[in-house]
Each structure stands twice: as structure tokens, then as C-alpha cells.
Design a protein around this ligand. Structure first.
Ligand code: DGY
Length: 328
């Protein structure tokens, strides 16, 4: 009999599959789950399914029976990999099923910032559309411009496909390694980080959050971008130094930004970035469509069951912990 604990509500058919393993629990009362409840359940659980709960030494040292943490996300920067390795706990994630949905959101932010959709929506609603529309309100073109993608994984390739085939854009990319598939299928051209910043009209950040990407977009990076360029972030907020982005936007060093992610989430309403008309903000909704979130939850349940049943080859184990299963 296995004990599965979830920090989130799942669809009833998924919860039934987890209950069939033995005991399935989650917080069912009103209000937020108290930390004591979490720690009590973690002390008993064989498996945990979660969205963004920090999996660190403090939690793992309470979780003596835990064998797997299955996150309902592709990003797993909330996993302390070293601590999971020490405790022999496998981590799984949900790559693949959200690529097109996140790519759609990236393009939505590209279009919204370039054509000033949110700002001008406000302008119409405020009754300011009384006669003509002068050039101070014009936007910039997206089509046939240059998009630079930082982090060319599956999502990057889905964005590049939209940019190249949908909008006739030139696509540059920078990644840890070359991606021959993206180069062949969407004509993406590899560039150094600096070259990409210098040449792109749209810089789209898609890198995972790692020690190497924390604060990647800082004062120096924004200084290399064109004054007409637009910055889009659909990766993680901490890849950006928000104060430096604010300065770059306010001083006209870059034109605009579309931000789905923030250093602190939810971001406080007094975040200075939210005071700028040339910022379009969304509340970390990259994968947030019903169909895609259902697919992610289903995959997370499949992953968890596969690990508990020892079918490791069927589970999407995060790359840094794949060798752990040999020792289990
Ligand atoms: C992920 O899966 O990591 C996304 O950020 C969720 O929207």
C-alpha cells in the first residue's frame, strides 16, 4: 500500500487513480494548508504531487518514506537537487505537453507589446478616442523583424516556428548547445549572447532558472539591446534583475517588455515595473489553459505511478536525477 499526498486539487478521475494506490490525502478544509498539516503528511507519504512547493532539506528530513516528488510543471527550480539526491528521492516533471501553449503566450506578449494593445485598450475605455489617432500612439511591426530566443528547447522551437512561418521573422537563438533540429526546421541561426542582444528586435527569454541564469538579464545585458527592442520573459522571474529592467524601460534604453513571470510571485502591486505603460504583465499563465493543465496533471500522475511501480523508463525524471534510479 502506498501513501500519496497532494498539495493541489486534481481532477476527480486523477485523484481516484492515486487513491487506488492505497491512501490519498490532500488539504480539504477552507483556507490555505497549514505548514503543520504539510509536515505531518510528508512524514507518512511515499509520494508527493505538487505544483511549486519548495523541496528542500527541511522538508525532506521529515519525509522518511518519500520516494518520488512529481511536479505538475516543466520547470523544477523548486527542487533542491542536491538534497533530493542525498535523500534518494526521485523528481519528475511534465515536459512536452505545454510547449505550444507557452509558445502561444510568448507570441501574445510579443504582439501586445509591439502594438500596445493593453495601453490602447485603456485609452479606448477612458473615452480618449474622440477623433484621430496620431503617431505618438503607433506601434512597431512584428512581421519580418528579428526575434532572438534565449534558451532553445522544445518551447523555444515552438516559438521559433510561429515567428518564422507565421510572421516571416528572422530567428536567432542562443543556448548552452547548438540545436541542429531548430536550425534545419525553422531556420534558426545560432548567435552569441551579445550578438543576439545586439541584433534582435524582440528578445524572448525561455531559459530554465539555474545558477547560471539567475540575473542573466541585468544592466549590462539591457545596455546591449537596441533602443527599439522589446524584451519578453516567459521563463522565470529571477532570470531578470527587475531594477535594471525598470531603468532600461524608463530611460528608453529599450522600448517595452512583456512579462509573464516576476522575481516574487504573486508580484506586489507596488512593483515599479507595473507603473510603466510600456510593460504588459500577466500572472505566470504560460501553460494556463484548461486542456494543457489537464494534460500536465495527467502526466504528473502517470510519472508518479510509474516511479512507484519501478517503471522508471516510463517516467519523465528530471535529467539531474536520472542516474539515481540505478541505485533504487
Ligand atoms: C512550468 O511548467 O514550469 C510553467 O512555468 C508553468 O506555467
Amino acid at each position: 500500500m502506498q501513501r500519496v499526498f497532494s498539495t493541489k486539487v486534481l481532477r476527480s478521475d486523477l485523484e481516484e487513480r492515486l487513491a487506488e494506490l492505497g491512501v490519498y490525502t490532500r488539504w480539504r478544509e477552507e483556507g490555505p494548508m497549514p505548514r503543520e498539516f504539510l509536515l505531518e503528511e510528508m512524514a507518512k507519504a511515499d509520494a508527493l504531487i505538487t505544483g511549486g512547493l519548495r523541496i528542500d532539506e527541511t522538508l525532506l528530513s521529515q519525509a522518511k518514506a518519500l520516494r518520488v516528488v512529481s511536479t505538475t510543471s516543466v520547470g523544477y527550480d523548486h527542487f533542491d537537487i542536491a538534497a533530493m539526491r542525498r535523500h534518494g528521492v526521485v523528481g519528475t516533471h511534465t515536459p512536452g505537453v505545454l510547449d505550444d501553449t507557452v509558445a502561444d503566450l510568448a507570441m501574445a506578449l510579443v504582439l501586445a507589446t509591439a502594438r500596445r494593445i493593453v495601453e490602447l485598450d485603456g485609452w479606448v475605455r477612458q473615452g480618449r478616442w474622440t477623433k484621430g489617432f496620431d503617431e505618438s500612439l503607433f506601434g512597431v511591426d512584428v512581421h519580418h523583424r528579428t526575434m532572438g530566443i534565449l534558451g532553445m528547447g522544445r518551447i523555444g522551437e515552438a516559438v521559433a516556428r510561429r515567428a518564422h512561418y507565421g510572421f516571416g521573422m528572422n530567428v536567432l537563438y542562443h543556448s548552452r548547445s547548438r540545436h541542429p533540429h531548430a536550425e534545419a526546421s525553422v531556420h534558426a541561426v545560432y548567435a552569441s549572447f551579445d550578438e543576439l542582444l545586439r541584433q534582435s528586435d524582440f528578445v524572448v527569454l525561455l531559459t530554465p532558472l539555474t545558477p547560471a541564469t539567475i540575473g542573466l538579464m541585468n544592466r549590462d545585458a539591457f545596455a546591449k539591446m537596441k533602443p527599439s527592442a522589446i524584451f519578453i520573459n516567459v521563463s522565470r522571474g529571477k532570470t531578470v534583475v527587475e531594477e535594471d529592467l525598470f531603468q532600461a524601460l524608463q530611460s528608453g534604453q529599450i522600448r517595452a517588455a512583456g512579462l509573464d513571470v516576476f522575481v516574487t510571485e504573486p508580484t506586489p502591486t507596488d512593483n515599479p515595473l507595473l507603473s510603466l505603460p510600456n510593460v504588459v504583465a500577466s500572472p505566470h499563465i504560460g501553460s494556463a489553459t484548461q486542456a494543457t493543465r489537464d494534460d500536465m496533471d495527467r502526466l504528473a500522475v502517470d510519472n508518479l505511478i510509474a516511479v512507484l511501480e519501478g517503471r522508471f523508463e516510463d517516467a519523465r525524471i528530471v535529467p539531474e536525477l536520472q542516474d539515481l534510479v540505478k541505485e533504487l
